[in-house]
Design a binder for this molecule. Structure first.
Ligand code: SF4
Length: 241
């Protein structure tokens, strides 16, 4: 990989290194203090993130997509909102730990609205935080702050969902054709879908992808059955009835 490709692929890391270099030249003392802070947070992340990655893997592997869609998806309604507030509020750990978990939930069908609620409540209305607030600032303060924050989170989540509607990028390995979507990242290349319906499914380089044939309405029931049998739950029939 050339330097240009590396920089292009790691824009944020490159920007941080460049900022460090500039600060080191202009103000070595500040650069040293920044480096100490960075090392402190790096150590903290090394203790937290392994657990989070295990949790994320468990979500990706063991929780069926259908359960996530039903409870946190676009059509989960009030149940999804309440569950998202509960997930965020009862969580433990720093906010950056929430990002890989939310990424896994989003990939499995959680809605943008619910992801914003989880992230926001994780950041600002965690239960241990509320208990400390009562202790130091009083119950009334905590209650008013909680109410106003909860309403704000709902408004922000609704606005984000509206703005991002239909614009969550697919992973480069994902593909869709009409109502069929395949999440190639999850495919274990068992060949079941290809054997059952090579008209629409094909496996390339060990991962499922879709042929260019547009799905016929008469085949949707068969495709739904294949999606249900896919051991990796890598096939989604969107808006299937
Ligand atoms: S059935 Fe699922 S896991 Fe098997 S090849 Fe098709 S998409 Fe991949």
């Amino acid at each position: 990989m050339s330097l240009y490709q590396y920089v292009k692929k790691n824009k944020m890391l490159t920007a941080v290194i460049a900022a460090y270099l500039v600060v080191t030249v202009l103000s070595p003392d500040k650069a040293l203090a920044s480096a100490k802070n960075s090392i402190y947070y790096l150590k903290e992340m090394l203790t937290v993130m392994p657990i989070i990655f295990v949790l994320t893997s468990l979500i990706e592997t063991w929780i069926p997509r259908q359960i996530i869609i039903e409870n946190l998806g676009d059509k989960s309604g009030a149940k999804g909102v309440v569950l998202s507030f509960a997930l965020g509020s009862l969580s433990a750990g720093p906010i950056y730990a929430a990002f890989p978990i939310c990424k896994a939930l989003l990939a499995k069908g959680a809605s943008v609205l619910n992801i914003v609620i989880i992230l926001s409540s994780w950041a600002v209305i965690k239960v241990p935080m509320l208990i400390n607030e009562v202790k130091f600032l009083g119950f009334n303060y905590m209650l008013v702050r909680w109410l106003l924050t909860t309403v704000s989170i709902l408004l922000i989540a609704a606005a984000t969902s509206l703005i991002l509607k239909g614009s969550i990028p697919q992973r480069s390995s994902d593909a869709s054709s009409g109502p069929i979507k395949v999440l190639s990242e999850y495919c274990i290349s068992c060949g079941l879908c290809v054997d059952a319906c090579s008209k629409y499914f094909t496996v390339q380089n060990g991962k499922v992808t879709l042929t260019s044939a547009p799905p016929a309405a008469a085949d949707l029931a068969n495709i739904k059955e294949i999606a249900e049998k896919c051991p990796a739950q890598a096939i989604i029939l969107q808006d299937a009835t």
